[in-house]
Each structure stands twice: as structure tokens, then as C-alpha cells.
Design a protein around this ligand. Structure first.
Ligand code: HEC
Ligand code: HEC
Ligand code: HEC
Length: 456
């Protein structure tokens, strides 16, 4: 449920930019305004309600694939009743009650109202939603799927009477009008036809990844207006990696070193289904995505996602695959090492990740040749060493293995050295990590300062 905070911090870490962007793109918007309004008007006709059980079941599945629950449920709260408080530099914002309660939820939303909210970012009262609600991705959803979702939210979700909490944002940032310009500039028009229905797995995978599953909301880098730089495969930027809530949401393109170039389709399916495979395990926001959403998807859909991801060309120049070697492992075992990084590794990490860096299959992830370890940006690695992590709980793999946090035990220098060692051993090849980088992450996570070592 931390996911929400994640999205929000990205979107709001500079809400003022919305305003600036709105002004900057004003020229473009003038032209865009008219068609945008026309679509809204069109959508307001022809609503029909549908309580067909098959339709409701389909909607339930789609709601899981879209991970609506992650953001719309407060910690310990009733499902979909909203109220999850989100920190942002401009104040607190709360997700809304999307249960069919008529007074406090969306029970009086027509199909058109619902469709406008989830695919166009427009509330029933006509004002704009914050783009933390990933309507930019949901705009790709075809109308028949929106109808099924609507049937589920109207008839398959228990109504909960829980008034929405108004966002706690000071004027003038509390004004919603700039969001309208953001929407006009950055949101694609909602899909109008059903042509994306196909037996071809790649087509189905594209539909899910770009749309409902909103993978790009975390994995695609953002521009100055906090818009995702690409919403569909542009041959380079889409899903090329981004930092979200203190973790690197990895490059999911075919790059060999830091992308998923050496992952097979069944690796991807296994990761999304169980949260762990021989050479990686989900953590950070991804652990929640696996737990709430992807583990519940059908094998056919997971295979489709994998098939589509494997079509994404590398973002960078093609580099040869990393080749493993065990020189570091041999030196560690022979006891011939003296560097602080090596010694820190033996004392703190080798018990689980082993001197060979190969870990234990699906229990302690492999560090050798790992795409996480070799990412250009070491933020995830620093974060996980400082704060520890717990694997997601999944039906396919119910044991929560965890890694302890070392913030209270290792200095910034120790962590920098051990990660530099990990990133240059067993065939890994990534830039060194500095104590300054560790300090920054420690501060941004609000963790206590580094331990003071006893003088002797
Ligand atoms: C990444 C977080 C996130 C996800 C995922 C998400 N939402 Fe939202 N949603 C929000 C937030 C935040 C708001 C309120 C935004 C605001 O106040 O402007 C919202 C608003 C809405 C609204 C408008 C409610 C109103 O008061 O008018 C609807 C409807 C909605 N979401 C439905 C859904 C559905 C259906 C899904 C899944 C398909 C979903 N949301 C997934 C964050 C999310
Ligand atoms: C809430 C943000 C978020 C969303 C949404 C999200 N991811 Fe992730 N993902 C992350 C983060 C953070 C990581 C890095 C941590 C890890 O490796 O588990 C990650 C890692 C991954 C990895 C492992 C990559 C590697 O090199 O180890 C895969 C594969 C992946 N995501 C696929 C997906 C797919 C497919 C979707 C859409 C169905 C998706 N993610 C949606 C945040 C997200
Ligand atoms: C008690 C066992 C244990 C110890 C000790 C340990 N780890 Fe871990 N490590 C894990 C587990 C379990 C995970 C998977 C966490 C998750 O996915 O939530 C992990 C994940 C990682 C990852 C992410 C790998 C990936 O691909 O997902 C890195 C990097 C890492 N550990 C480095 C270290 C370093 C460096 C140390 C020593 C400072 C260390 N670990 C100590 C158990 C351990």
C-alpha cells in the first residue's frame, strides 16, 4: 500500500511545475481544448448498467490487473474505501472512496461519469483529477473492459460509507484548474474501438502493459511536467527505468547489463507470479505490485506480458552480455582479501548471498550478473542495504524471506565499499558507489545517522 505514496511523490515533488507547465504549454492547449471537450460530451450519452455475473467477474479480474486496491485502500481500511493519506511537499492528498456507496462513494456515478474519471481524469463535478490516478495509462483501455470494471464496482464491491478526506494543500496549489491543462497536454484520447482484442500474445501483452497494468507509471522516466516521457513503445524511452520512492524501477527493455535482455519469458512470468526467481526477487514498490496484482493474473496474461516485454529493443547501444567469473569468490574463500568492501561482505552478506555471489535459488537472490546490481543508478542497492527488505507473499511462494537493514550497523563508507565490491565482482560491471551517495539516500529515507564506531 506504499505504492500510492510512491506515485504521489513523483507527481507532486514539484506540483508548482504543473502550473509552470500549464503556462508553458498553453499555446498547444488552445488547439487541444476543443476535441477534448467533444469527447467528454460524447461519452456522457449511452450509459447502461450491467449486473451480469460474468461481466462482474471479468471486472473483478480487470480491477486486480489494474491494481486499483493498492491506491484506493488505506492501511487497515476497508477495500476500495479510499482515505490513504499521501505525503507530498505541497501537503497531504487522499485517495477517494470508489465503493458503490451512494453518498460517500461512486454509487451515483453513471457509466459515463466512471469512464470520464478512469480514462480521462475528469471527476463527476467536471474538475480534473490529480494524475496520481493513472488515467493516462487507463485511457488505453477498450470500452468493453471499462464496462466490465463499472459492473464490478457497481455490483461486486461492498459499499462502504466513508466520507472522502479533502486534500490538505494550501492555496494556490490547491486549485485544480492547472490540472486541466496538464490533462490536455499530456493525456492521450481515450480508446474508442475494440481492435486491440487479439489472440496474439504480443498484442495482448502490449494492451496490458501500456494500459491497465500501468507498468510505465513506475518504469518510464518522467519529463519536466512529470509526464511519462513515452506511453507506448517508442524504441527507446518507454519502460527504460526510473526512480520511484527511493528505488530504481528497472529498465525493462532488452539491454543485456541493466535491462532484462538475459531474462527468458519464463523468468518474467515466474517473477510476476511468485515474486522471486533464481536470479532476482521483488522488493520496494514491485513487491506490492506482485502481491496485490500480478500474482493473481492468468498464466496466459503473464505470458503475454513477457512476450511483449521481450519485443522492446535495448535503450542503449548493444553491449555484450556480462560473463561470470569467480575470481572474487576464490579470493574471499582463500582469505587473501584485505579491502574494507571485501571484509564487510564476508562479515555481513556472505552468509546469505555466498562468497560466489550466487545466493540460494529463490531464497537469497543471486548478486552475480544481476540486472539490479548492474543498474547505472545504485539507489536501489543503497536503499536495500540500509533498510533491508522482505520478499512479497505470494500463493506460489508463501515464505517471506527477508534481508536485515544495515543502517545501524554499517557506516556510509562501509556500505559504499561493500556495494562497490559487489558491483565489480563475479563478472559484474558497474560504477563505484560513493559514501556521499549513501549519505543522501540515508537522509532521504529519514534513517538515523551512520553508527559511530568505537575508537580503539
Ligand atoms: C497509483 C494510484 C492509483 C491507482 C492504481 C488507481 N487510482 Fe483511482 N485515484 C487515485 C487518486 C489519488 C484519486 C483521487 C485523485 C484526486 O483527488 O484528484 C483517484 C480517483 C479515482 C476516481 C475518481 C473518484 C471521484 O471521487 O471522482 C475513480 C472513479 C477511480 N480513481 C477509480 C479507479 C479504478 C477503477 C482503478 C483501477 C482500475 C484506480 N482508480 C486505480 C489513485 C489511483
Ligand atoms: C508501483 C511502481 C511499479 C509498478 C506499477 C510496476 N513496477 Fe516493476 N518494479 C518496480 C520497482 C521499484 C522495481 C525494482 C525492484 C525489484 O527489482 O523488484 C521493479 C522491478 C521489476 C522487474 C525486475 C527487473 C530486474 O531487472 O530485476 C520486472 C520484471 C518488473 N518490475 C516488471 C513490471 C511489470 C511487467 C509491470 C506492470 C505489470 C510493473 N513492473 C509495474 C516498480 C513498479
Ligand atoms: C539474512 C540473509 C541476508 C543477508 C545477511 C543479506 N541479504 Fe541481501 N538479500 C536477502 C534477501 C532475502 C533478499 C531479497 C529481498 C527482497 O526481494 O525483498 C536480498 C536482496 C539483496 C539485493 C537485491 C538483489 C535482487 O536482485 O533483488 C542486494 C543487492 C543485496 N541483497 C545485497 C546485500 C548486501 C550487500 C548484504 C550485506 C551488506 C546483504 N545483501 C545481506 C538476504 C540477505
Amino acid at each position: 500500500m506504499k505504492t500510492m505514496k510512491t506515485h504521489m511523490s513523483i507527481v507532486f515533488s514539484s506540483a508548482a511545475i504543473f502550473v509552470v507547465t500549464a503556462m508553458a504549454v498553453f499555446g498547444r492547449i488552445q488547439a487541444a481544448t476543443q476535441p477534448g471537450e467533444a469527447i467528454v460530451a460524447l461519452a456522457q450519452t449511452g450509459a447502461t448498467d450491467n449486473a451480469d455475473p460474468a461481466m462482474i467477474a471479468k471486472g473483478r479480474y480487470l480491477a486486480t490487473a489494474g491494481d486499483c486496491i493498492a491506491c484506493h485502500t488505506a492501511k487497515g481500511g476497508r477495500p476500495f474505501a479510499g482515505g490513504l493519506g499521501l505525503d507530498s511537499p505541497i501537503g497531504q492528498i487522499y485517495s477517494t472512496n470508489i465503493t458503490p456507496d451512494r453518498r460517500t462513494g461512486i454509487g451515483d456515478y453513471s457509466y459515463a461519469d466512471f469512464d470520464n474519471a478512469i480514462r480521462r481524469g475528469i471527476r463527476k463535478d467536471g474538475s480534473s483529477l490529480y494524475p496520481a490516478m493513472p488515467y493516462v495509462s487507463y485511457s488505453k483501455m477498450r470500452p468493453s473492459d471499462v464496462r466490465a470494471l463499472y459492473a464490478y464496482f457497481m455490483h461486486g464491491v461492498t459499499p462502504v460509507s466513508q466520507p472522502n478526506t479533502t486534500e490538505d494543500i494550501a492555496w494556490p496549489l490547491s486549485l485544480r484548474w492547472p490540472l486541466r491543462f496538464w490533462r490536455m497536454a499530456f493525456s492521450p484520447e481515450a480508446e474508442v474501438n475494440e481492435s486491440s482484442v487479439s489472440a496474439d500474445p504480443v498484442t495482448r501483452g502490449r494492451y496490458l502493459v501500456e494500459g491497465l497494468a500501468h507498468c510505465g507509471a513506475c518504469h518510464t522516466p518522467r519529463g519536466v511536467g512529470f509526464q511519462e516521457l513515452a506511453l507506448t513503445d517508442d524504441g527507446r524511452t518507454f519502460l527504460s527505468g526510473s526512480v520511484i520512492d527511493g528505488y530504481v524501477a528497472n529498465n525493462l527493455r532488452e539491454d543485456q547489463k541493466d535491462g532484462i535482455g538475459k531474462w527468458t519469458e519464463s523468468d518474467i512470468v515466474g517473477f510476476l507470479k511468485s515474486g522471486r526467481i533464481s536470479h532476482s526477487a521483488a522488493f520496494g514498490g514491485m513487491a506490492e505490485v506482485v502481491e496485490d496484482s500480478t500474482q493473481h493474473m492468468t498464466d496466459a496474461d503473464l505470458k503475454a506480458i513477457a512476450a511483449y516485454l521481450k519485443t522492446l529493443a535495448p535503450k542503449g547501444a548493444s553491449t555484450p552480455a556480462l560473463q561470470g567469473n569467480n575470481a572474487a569468490g576464490n579470493a574471499l574463500r582463500a582469505g587473501t582479501v584485505h579491502g574494507n568492501g571485501e571484509l564487510t561482505f564476508i562479515d555481513n552478506c556472505a552468509a546469505c548471498h555466498r562468497t560466489s555471489g550466487s545466493g540460494y535459488d529463490s531464497t537469497f537472490p543471486k548478486l552475480a550478473l544481476s540486472s539490479v546490481v548492474n543498474a547505472d543508478d545504485p539507489t536501489s542497492l543503497i536503499h536495500i542495504v540500509l533498510d533491508g527488505a522482505q520478499m512479497p507473499w505470494t500463493n506460489a511462494a508463501p515464505t517471506h524471506y527477508s534481508m536485515p537493514g544495515f543502517a545501524g550497523r554499517l557506516t556510509d563508507r562501509d556500505i559504499a565499499d561493500v556495494l562497490t565490491f559487489v558491483r565489480s565482482s563475479w563478472g559484474n560491471h558497474a560504477a563505484l558507489v560513493s559514501a556521499g551517495q549513501v549519505r543522501k539516500v540515508r537522509e532521504s529515507l529519514g534513517l538515523p545517522g551512520q553508527p559511530v564506531l568505537p575508537q580503539n
